[in-house]
Write a protein that binds this ligand. Structure first.
Ligand code: LMR
Length: 337
C-alpha cells in the first residue's frame, strides 16, 4: 500500500514538474538569445561564449539557444519579442533604445568618444552603469555593455567632406540622433533594419550607410559601396538586455550563474572587439584591389574638423532630453567638453 502511494506521489511530482517547470524533475530553463549580426563578429562570438559558460556553470539547469543573423527576430521585432518573453536575451546596439529611454541617446552624439576605450570607460563609470537599470520600469534590465567598434560612413560615390554627400540618402539605425546627424550634413537618414541593408545598398534604395568595420565586412557592404570614409564619428556598442519579469522570476542560483556567465562573455567580447575590427579593416583593404569594391579613405585633421563642426548643432538639439550633466560625463573620458 505504502509503495503504491509513493509511486502515485512520484508520478504527481513528475507531472507537476513538467507542467509548471519546477522541482528537481524540472526541464532546463530555455534561454533564447537572439541577435542580428554574423557569428564571426564580437557579439556573435560573445553570445556563443555566454552559452558555453552558462551551460557549464548550470549543468542540466539551463539550455541557451543562440540565434544569430536576425534568424529568430530582426530589428524592430526583437525588442517587442523580449517584452513578450518570446526571447529572453537580446543585445541591440545602443542606438536602438530611444523609444525606451532618451538618456541612452548620449552614446549616439557625434564624436563624443575619441575611441572605443573612451566609450568603455564611460560604460564602466557610475553614470554608465546607472543607464543599465534606466529602463527597469519599462520591463527591460541591462546586464552588461558589449563593445564593437567605431563607426564610419560609406557611400556609393567618392567623398571626403560633408558637402560631398549633400542630398544622399543613408541607411541609419532606429535612432533620432542619427536622423539629425544626417540632416546636419545635408543628407537624409532612412531608418532600416540591419537585415535589409545589404540589399538596399546593392539596389540603390539608399546611397550609403554607417557602421563598424566588423559589420561592414561581415555584411559585405564594401562590395556594394565605393568609399568608406574613416570618420570614427561614433561608437557601435551594445547593451545586453533581459526581460525584467523573467529575470526577477528566475531561481536565485540560475540568475547568479547567468550573471556570472554574462560577465565572462563580456570580458571575452571586449578583448576581441578591437582585433576583430582591425582584422575586418585589413580584409576590406585587401579586397579593395578589386576595382568594384570600396576603398578606405583616411581624413586629414582639417577635413575631420569640418565633419565635427557640421555635426556640432546636434548636441543642442538633444541636450534637454539627455541631460547636460550626462553629456559632460560621457565626453569627459575623451578629455573634451
Ligand atoms: C546595425 O543595425 O547596423 C547594427 O546595430 C547591427 C548590430 O547589431 O551590430
Amino acid at each position: 500500500m505504502l509503495k503504491k502511494v509513493t509511486n502515485l506521489l512520484t508520478a504527481v511530482a513528475i507531472l507537476a514538474a513538467s507542467t509548471f517547470g519546477f522541482s528537481a524533475y524540472a526541464a532546463p530553463v530555455v534561454v533564447k538569445f537572439s541577435h542580428v549580426v554574423a557569428e564571426n563578429t564580437p557579439k556573435g562570438q560573445a553570445a556563443l561564449k555566454f552559452k558555453e559558460i552558462a551551460e557549464k556553470k548550470l549543468p542540466g539547469k539551463v539550455e541557451v539557444q543562440v540565434f544569430p543573423n536576425s534568424q529568430l527576430f530582426g530589428d524592430g521585432k526583437e525588442m517587442e519579442a523580449l517584452l513578450l518573453n518570446d526571447v529572453q536575451i537580446i543585445a541591440p546596439s545602443l542606438s536602438k533604445f530611444d523609444r525606451y529611454t532618451k538618456k541612452i541617446q548620449v552614446f549616439d552624439l557625434p564624436f563624443i568618444f575619441k575611441d572605443g576605450n573612451a566609450a568603455l570607460a564611460f560604460e564602466n563609470s557610475k553614470e554608465g552603469k546607472a543607464l543599465l537599470t534606466s529602463m527597469k520600469g519599462k520591463g527591460l534590465i541591462g546586464l552588461d555593455y558589449w563593445s564593437n567598434g567605431m563607426r564610419h560612413f560609406s557611400a556609393n560615390k567618392d567623398f571626403r567632406l560633408p558637402k560631398d554627400i549633400k542630398g544622399l540618402k543613408f541607411r541609419i539605425q532606429a535612432s533620432d540622433v542619427y536622423e539629425e546627424i544626417m540632416k546636419s550634413v545635408g543628407a537624409s537618414g532612412q531608418k532600416m533594419a540591419f537585415a535589409e541593408v545589404y540589399q538596399a545598398l546593392e539596389s540603390g534604395v539608399v546611397d550609403g550607410q554607417e557602421n563598424s568595420f566588423s559589420n561592414t565586412y561581415s555584411q559585405k557592404y564594401h562590395e556594394v559601396q565605393k568609399t568608406i570614409l574613416e570618420t570614427n564619428h561614433g561608437v557601435l556598442d551594445y547593451m545586453v538586455v533581459v526581460n525584467e519579469k523573467w529575470w526577477d522570476g528566475l531561481p536565485a542560483d540560475i540568475r547568479k550563474g547567468l550573471s556570472e556567465a554574462m560577465h565572462e562573455a563580456t570580458i571575452l567580447n571586449n578583448q576581441i572587439a578591437k582585433q576583430k575590427n582591425d582584422d575586418a579593416r585589413a580584409a576590406i583593404v585587401t579586397s579593395g584591389a578589386n576595382p568594384k569594391h570600396a576603398k578606405i579613405v583616411k581624413l586629414t585633421d582639417a577635413e575631420l574638423a569640418e565633419w565635427k563642426k557640421a555635426m556640432e548643432p546636434v548636441y543642442k538639439r538633444f541636450e534637454a532630453d539627455i541631460g547636460a550633466d550626462l553629456i559632460k560625463a560621457a565626453a569627459s573620458h575623451s578629455n573634451k567638453k
